[in-house]
Design a protein around this ligand. Structure first.
Ligand SMILES: [Ca+2]
Ligand SMILES: [Ca+2]
Ligand SMILES: [Ca+2]
Ligand SMILES: [Ca+2]
Length: 343
């Protein structure tokens, strides 16, 4: 069940923002990319948003995971273990022209596109511990951005592309840091002994706010909460304020920046909730005893795709942002995960 709950939401959130700024005049229907284990190991597929046109994009004997669309929707980067260690690969949106971008014996993963599509930030242990790097979209011009013996991971570009937020354990607890895109001037935004950003963190589309998960109120009422702060770390505020002993995951801003979709176990099982950015208007969208997870907004904000095991195996579903018009998209594909809408 672990796989259904975990996904790299931060990178997607950054990508989703772009759609509003530069709606591409691409002809034809948008697709959803996802990973599925139907062949015994993870491969990457795309489908139309009504579930038709399933196309397998990767063909290997090792796992291919964590697909991420380029901001213009023409390319996909992903993590492949086909070379015996984790490498970041790029390919065209139809699966053609796969290329190993990292070519390094270390573990390279967690890719995140810059908003202009020119660079990809990623995590690698090539220098002995988890550090953040960036490279040109063709794999060239590699830059090491962090230099700290602690874990540094989960890079997430600011919507204007000038900064990268990330999570670090350099202070002996999880904190969200912000650095310039070249790695200069790292600043601890959260500065709290709690575990900040261990699950997810997400930029508002206008770059003014960052939402993240934290257990800093553990002593108050013993549970995780979603906080929102200004992008300089000021004015952190608890926007969930629940009393239940719950786990929360994956917070993603709606494309218009007005709402946040998130997952919570406050009802005794994993559900998908939406709320306004100030914490008002809370609504359970999934309302099902099964595990409902990994919600992502469509670029126009009119639909939410997610993963659920309500029909047995993990499958992809789609619904309106109020929970209406629920539709199952995948059938017997086996452990569908990481759905991502094409920009
Ligand atoms: Ca590697
Ligand atoms: Ca490090
Ligand atoms: Ca902390
Ligand atoms: Ca549920």
């Amino acid at each position: 069940m672990k796989s259904i709950l975990k996904t790299g939401g931060a990178a997607w959130a950054a990508g989703a923002v772009l759609l509003l700024l530069s709606t591409p005049g691409m002809a034809g229907q948008k697709k959803i990319v996802y990973e599925s284990k139907e062949n015994g190991h993870w491969e990457i597929y795309t489908m139309n948003t009504d579930g038709t046109g399933v196309t397998r994009l990767t063909h290997g004997q090792a796992d291919n995971r964590a697909p991420a669309w380029s901001p213009d929707g023409t390319k996909i980067v992903f993590v492949s273990e086909r070379d015996g260690n984790k490498e970041i690969y790029g390919m065209d949106a139809d699966g053609s022209h796969p290329i190993n971008l990292t070519r390094n014996g270390g573990q390279d993963y967690n890719p995140a596109w810059s908003p202009d599509g020119r660079r990809v930030a990623f995590v690698s242990d090539r220098d002995g511990n988890q550090e953040i790097y960036s490279m040109a979209a063709d794999g060239g011009q590699v830059r090491r951005l962090t230099r700290n013996e602690a874990r540094d991971y989960s890079p997430d570009w600011s919507p204007d592309g000038t900064k990268i937020a990330f999570v670090s354990r350099r202070d002996d607890n999880y904190e969200i840091y912000l650095m310039d895109a070249d790695g200069e001037h790292p600043v601890n935004l959260t500065q709290n002994p709690a575990e900040d950003g261990r699950g997810f963190h997400s930029w508002s589309p206008d770059g003014a706010l960052i939402a993240w998960g934290t257990d800093r109120d553990m002593n108050r009422d013993g549970n995780w909460e979603i906080y929102v702060m200004n992008a300089d770390g000021s004015k952190p505020r608890n926007v969930t304020r629940t009393k239940s002993d719950e786990q929360m995951g994956m917070q993603v801003w709606s494309p218009d920046g007005q709402r946040i979709v998130f997952t919570t176990t406050r009802d005794g099982n994993n559900e998908i909730y939406v709320m306004n950015r100030d914490g008002s208007g809370v609504k359970n969208l999934s309302r099902n005893p099964a595990v409902d997870a990994q919600p992502v907004w469509s670029p126009d904000g009119k639909q939410i795709a997610f993963v659920s095991n309500r029909d047995g195996a993990e499958e992809a579903y789609i619904m309106d942002p109020n929970g209406d018009h629920l539709k199952r998209l995948t059938f017997n594909r086996g452990e569908v995960s990481a759905p991502r809408w094409q920009p």
